[in-house]
Ligand binder design. Structure first.
Ligand code: FAD
Length: 576
């Protein structure tokens, strides 16, 4: 199993997304200039290669173990986590007020990609921590921030996200966990949460759970949900966090992939109620949780990019070595390397092109999030925030879909050996399968895109995005595959207009093909932009993407525009 962080590709994509002058004095990423970006990424890559990658396979084969309420992580995990904290990696983005370095999200995004490429099951733990830090920083009281943030920022304590219950998955209006306020202003929380990533483990002294629950007489639906902070250990008389809270892990799941990441059933309040504190206002918990979820959705998109990159690297290396078939050669000559067969070339190029397109979309999303937070110009910051909102579901769903497609192509290129665990191609495919499911299924991302994000400000964010794509098409008029790129943007334009005017049920029927169409047009234009700024190899890959992948755009647009009625009619038969 091999992986090296593709620093050249990453840096190229990062600089392109950040824009000209971004790393210079007065630019959005002034603090990453002077070599900070490059040196941080190469240190992150070193950590990935030396500490995380060697543990990936043992994590998969041994996995996390459960016994009597306790979870033991795989061999080597505790030591790697200690190294992670010692290196200060957990505190990159958090505010200096709580011990963070205050560095931009774009750097965090690139590091996330690297760590997930090396060991996704490990990286999942800090991934959730980053979202929790943002949610607590944005919404918790000063007292809570002072008590908990420093240690979560340093990584000494980890954090989790507790949304899901057996009857409440995509539909969080069905959350039943409950909380009541007590005299000292804290709450007592009861309920069961399932599928909680790193809900229990042996990596840190304390685990801080962010839990969605309902207060008595809360309004029905998602407007009646509140967010609570519930630590595993509470402060004792001496102020040290050693007093167990009323919560426990009742078991962990056996699952298809990410075996080393414990997926926990959590029981709160068996003995009267877990001590909890409100984060944000009563009944406004879902909005607070969304602070965490938007961050986490981009991070999950980057997990897709990371696994795709690793699968592409492994498959390409194998295709250069494995010899089968003679190609054009006559008898008696050595068999050809499989990479010489056009069908294998197509698979490797598809893997690389999809990965680069997804990476470009994710980095654009990260830059928009940073601009929304950092740009002093209020109008630009607001537009960037809307853009981040528009791109986040695309970044999450497209990158994780292609993570699966690319991992599956990787297995194909390995042939029979791909199906055998030894090569590691199968593990990537198993690990990738969760990505379109958690952090809001990809179906829900498509509904979010079409139902909410497209309609932001009467479609203004979408129009700005389309205008940017058209601008690139105009500048790239001489590009070899410009017709395919133009057709893709044209198709997106037409399908967008249709959806803005469509009846809601028809719009929802077209949501998933529309998200793919959006990603193909955005991906093709971003790769074209890269081709115009880059070398011949980049231009060749952009051309391949346009003529072989983005070419699906017109048929996706047709599905969006014409496919709805047949789906609704045939779908009615399924309701019975
Ligand atoms: C390994 C793993 C780790 C996880 N980690 C966490 C965690 O840390 N914290 C946490 O809270 N949860 C976690 N989850 C739970 C995960 O977020 C949910 O499984 C996910 O949100 C989907 O919910 P569900 O499983 O109930 O599926 P359902 O909501 O029942 O969905 C089933 C299918 O119906 C579709 N569907 C449902 N509603 C709609 C709709 N309105 N429109 C269109 N399609 C719809 C879905 O897209 C999906 O295809 C984890 C799950 C796993 C497996």
């Amino acid at each position: 199993m091999s992986y090296h962080a593709p620093l050249d590709d990453m840096l190229f994509s990062l600089r392109l997304a950040a824009g000209e002058g971004a790393f210079e004095k007065g630019g959005l990423y002034e603090d990453l200039g002077g070599g900070v970006l490059e040196s941080t990424l190469s240190e992150a890559a070193k950590l990935a290669a030396e500490q995380l990658l060697p543990l990936d396979k043992i994590g998969d084969s041994v996995g996390a173990r459960y016994f009597d309420g306790h979870v033991t992580t795989a061999p080597g995990w505790r030591e790697a986590y200690a190294q992670w904290i010692a290196g200060g990696w957990n505190s990159l983005a958090a505010s200096p007020e709580y011990g963070g370095l205050g560095l931009p999200g774009l750097l965090g995004a690139a590091c996330m990609e690297i760590w997930n490429g090396a060991n996704m099951a490990f990286a999942l733990c800090p991934l959730l921590g980053q979202g929790a830090i943002e949610a607590i920083e944005a919404h918790a009281s000063d007292a809570l921030k002072q008590a908990y943030l420093h240690k979560i920022v340093s990584g000494e304590w980890t954090a989790t996200m507790n949304l899901t219950e057996p009857q409440a998955g995509s539909d969080l209006s069905m959350v039943r966990a409950s909380a009541v306020r007590v005299e000292d202003g804290s709450y007592r929380l009861r309920g069961q949460k399932i599928f909680i990533t790193y809900g229990e483990h042996d990596l840190s002294d304390n685990i801080v759970h962010l839990v969605l629950a309902r207060l008595p007489a809360a309004p029905a639906g998602t407007r009646g949900i509140s967010l609570f902070l519930v630590p595993k250990f509470l402060p004792g008389d001496n102020g040290r966090f050693i007093r167990p809270n009323d919560l426990r892990c009742a078991g962990i799941e056996r699952k298809l992939g990410v075996h080393a990441s414990p997926t926990c059933t959590m029981i709160y309040g068996d003995a009267g109620g877990a001590t909890a504190w409100l984060v944000g206002e009563e009944h406004k918990g879902l909005a607070c949780m969304f602070t965490m979820m938007n961050n986490a959705r981009l991070a999950v998109g980057l997990q897709g990019v990371a696994l795709a990159e690793r699968a592409a690297q492994m498959a390409h290396a194998y295709a250069l070595e494995r010899r089968q078939g003679r190609g054009g050669a006559s008898h008696g000559q050595a068999a050809a390397r499989i990479v010489e067969h056009p069908d294998v070339k197509r698979m490797v190029l598809t893997m690389k092109a999809l990965t680069q397109a997804a990476r470009a979309i994710c980095y654009e999303t990260a830059v928009s999030m940073d601009r929304a937070r950092r740009d002093g110009d209020r109008c630009r910051a607001r537009e960037a925030n809307e853009r981040a909102g528009l791109l986040t579901p695309v970044a999450k769903a497209f990158s994780t879909d292609i993570g699966n497609e690319v991992a599956s192509l990787g297995v194909q290129i390995f042939g029979g050996m791909g199906f055998i665990e030894e090569t590691g191609a199968a593990q990537l495919m198993r690990d990738a399968r969760i990505l379109p499911i958690y952090e809001g299924t990809n179906g829900i991302q498509a509904v979010d895109l079409v139902g909410r994000k497209l309609r932001f400000d009467n479609g203004a964010a979408l129009r700005r995005e389309l205008a940017d794509m058209w601008r690139i098409v105009e500048i790239g008029a001489d590009f070899a595959a410009i017709d395919a790129v133009r057709e893709a943007v044209n198709a997106l334009d037409a399908a967008s207009q249709f959806l803005l005017d469509a009846d809601p049920s028809l719009a929802l029927a077209g949501a998933t093909p529309y998200l793919r169409l959006f990603a193909l047009a955005r991906g093709a234009t971003l790769l074209l932009k890269g081709a115009l700024a880059g070398d011949r190899q980049r231009a060749a890959l952009a051309r391949f993407f346009a003529d072989n992948i983005a070419i699906a755009a017109p048929s996706l647009a047709r599905t969006v525009i014409k496919g709805g009625p047949s789906l609704l009619e045939a779908g009615a038969m399924l309701d019975a």
